[in-house]
Each structure stands twice: as structure tokens, then as C-alpha cells.
Design a protein around this ligand. Sequence first.
Ligand SMILES: [Zn+2]
Ligand SMILES: [Zn+2]
Length: 268
Amino acid sequence: MADTIYTIPVSEAFEADCECPVCELKKRFENSTVEYFAGPSLMEPDTRIVTNDLGFCGRHFNMLYNSQAKKLGLGLMLDTYMQEQLKRIKKYAQAKDTTNYEEDALPGAEAGEERSGKRKKFSLFGGKNASKPAASQPLVRYLRAHEKECAVCKKLDYTMDRYVDIIFHMYKTDRDFRAKFRSSKGFCVPHTALLLEESGKKLGGSTRDEFRDTVTSLLVTNLERIEGEVDWFTKKFDYRNAEADWGNSRDALPRGILKMTGDTDIIK
Ligand SMILES: [Zn+2]
Ligand SMILES: [Zn+2]
């Protein structure tokens, strides 16, 4: 359980000066996963099987594209990925639609149009098929399922689940970690919700109650702190405060946005 592959990054994230250690873990793992796919692994046959199958979402293609000084590796990967997807798209485009439309037929749709004198629009699939619900067509089903896939997101989802398990495991068993957890700046709003939800499954009895109190009070205390910093940021625009010290307010906006949304892209 307490595998160092997971415990070391978790400990390091809780030592980092940040507004959410879970966001920090996610950002670090996302960057290293993108680096992994942008590196020599792109040319490995096993990796190519995965990338041809899953591809990447727009965010991660974007990160891959921007991380590459030489675009040849990404180009080769995109080339075989598109070849594989084209093969599948052609197959699904020709696949016979086995849905029974008798059951959910749209009564009188075409007849009604004819009666009202509307000209029927030209349809690539023609006549009857034009009124079939699009989502039941094999090609649409495939495209919709495929657009949810991404080789980086898949690794990220899996690893973030492990990290959350490890956070709870270390909280239960490691005194030093619990102290680090308590003295952290807490978590962003979405990760606070995640930890509170998971605490029901991962902890019991008094430890669970104590964990929930800790996470909740970390959220409130640190929201008050950042809100104060955002407030001072706005007051600094008043000429009477021009000479006053910025305090911690210079970067209060990105930190406030991260705290409220869990979006780490805002932190430069
Ligand atoms: Zn977060
Ligand atoms: Zn992705």
C-alpha cells in the first residue's frame, strides 16, 4: 500500500508552499506524463498502440505540441493515430444500425412535414435514416466514446485515485504527515469536496470526524486569508494606499482563483 512511488510525491506536495497540495500533485504528475509522451516513448511500439487507440484530449495535445521543440515525434504519432482512427471511422460508418426503431419511432414526423408543404432537406443518409436518433448510430456512438478518451487523462485519473488513497493512508498511519497536513494551507474548493466525500469511505469513527473538522477549518481559515489578500489587492488601487506595503497581495488574484476553482493554469 505505502508504495514509495506514491508516498514520496504526496509528501513533497504537502511540503510545497501552495494553495492546494492535491492540485500540486495533479500539476506535477500531468507535466511529467506529458513529458513522458513527448519524449522517446512516443517512438516505442507499446506506447504507439496506446496512443493510436486513445489519442489525447485537446488540452493534452496542446501541451504536447507546446512542449516539443522538434515536432517530428508528435507528427509521427499523430500520423499513425489518425490512420488508426480513419480505419475505425470507415468501419463504423458502414456498420449496420441494429437499433429497433419501431419502438421509438417518431410518428408522423415526415408525413407532417409533407402536409405542411415543407421541402424535405437533402440528407446524406437519405429517407428513413434521417429521422433516426443520431446517438444510436454506430459511428456516433464510437465518436462520442472516443472523444472522452485520452492517454494522459487516463494515467492522470488512475494516479490521482492512488494519491488520494495514499493521503488517507498516511493521515491514518503517519504522525509526521498528519502534522504536515494540519499545517498546510488547506485545499481548493473542489479538492476539499473530494476529500470530505472520500473520508466517508476511507476513514471511520473519531479519525473521520477529526479529519472532516480539520479539512473544513483549513478551508474556512485559508479562504478568509486569501479573501483578505484579494481585498487588499483592490484597496491598493486607491491613491491613499499607493505607498502602503503590498503584503502578500501581489499574486492574490491567481491564488484566489486557484483556491475557488482548482485551476492551476492560472499560476505562472
Ligand atoms: Zn486542488
Ligand atoms: Zn487529456
